[in-house]
Write a protein that binds this ligand. Sequence first.
Ligand code: HEM
Length: 383
Amino acid sequence: MKSRSMLLGLTAAAAFFGPPSFADSPPADDARPDRSREFATPPPDEAQAKATLLRDILTEMRHSQDDGGDGAVARNQHAKHHGAVRATFAVADGLPEGLRVGIFREPRSYDAVLRFSNGRARVDNVPDAHGLAIKILGVEGKPLLDDPADAGTQDFVLIDHPVFFATDPTNLVRVEAARKALERGEQVDITPIREQIAIARAFPKLGTPSPLEMTYFSTVPSRLGARAVKYRASPSPDNASGLPPLTKASSVDALREAMVARLSTNREPARFDFQLLLQQDEQAMPIEDPTVEWTTTPITVATITINPQAFTGAEQLEFAENLSYTPWHGIEEHRPIGGINRVRKDIYQAGSAFRHDANGAPRKEPTVADLDRLYQCEAAEGR
Ligand code: HEM
């Protein structure tokens, strides 16, 4: 067995999320449970995995509080944002009967606020994953969370990669432990998690010059009534900035600068198609393993329009900082499913509560009145 092992150490930590390939690796011993449908009851190790993930995240947040210059606590992940912008989320007319569920029930336009972020990096000129968090306001229906401060919104939390790197919470704990051990310069046998590491290494990207030109995915599924779907946000070709690809020589704030150039300086709108990836084959599109891409034709169910606006004023940046996104902000018809989503419920709530408490910031969902006060958007019809 030893000869099949893959021992990594020292410089491997830096390469963990970098390019090397595992093409020569032997196949994994695949004694996995059937992951095609949502588990009727969570596996027995899931609660322990959630506790470990939560403990580690809160510990890191406490340390960041001690280390931080002004004591402010940021998100544990996706801390650096490029801005929160006001948008409209217009549900398409004439959707097939089976898709007219929850917020897609009727053609109408919702107010929305979008937060664009880096995954880990505090600078934009290094390879990283990128996030797009969408919050739709004025949503009616049975909220998934109990606290009234969390009601009235539907969030979609997306990244610029079609799959997640861990199969489930226990697997994620293993991958995270390996990453941290490698960062400490220790030798790690990565044989059992080599597939997940290969995916993690494909996450960081450098090149796309604007967050408005990236394609974003939920990677994990949700219900759509009785069906299961994943989400995708696809940029309009008109969003193309013509800017040169990002390199290590680019500005540390290049991604925010690209958004400012388009939305604030050039006063041009940006649009995304919001799309559903329907689960059509349970085996090929499993619920309980988000490392598997659902390759199916995306169905556009809404158009997101970001009209020209200024969004980098001090109060707007603070608003972006204090927003809370979670896949569990939403209504029953869009319930997130699968192990990764199950553990995210308490983790996102606890992380958000911790940083808001530490920063003395009120934690409640924004209203349209908040957006009216903070943003002056130009109508961009006909552009
Ligand atoms: C169990 C797996 C995961 C854990 C433990 C985790 C953890 C976290 C935490 C702690 C935050 C900050 C929450 C806050 O303070 O408000 C966060 C934010 C975020 N996560 Fe995850 N995450 C997981 C899975 C995912 C997945 C599958 C995606 C893919 C779409 C994702 C995308 C994001 C994004 C885009 C944000 C930033 C949201 C914002 O702009 O506020 N995460 N995550």
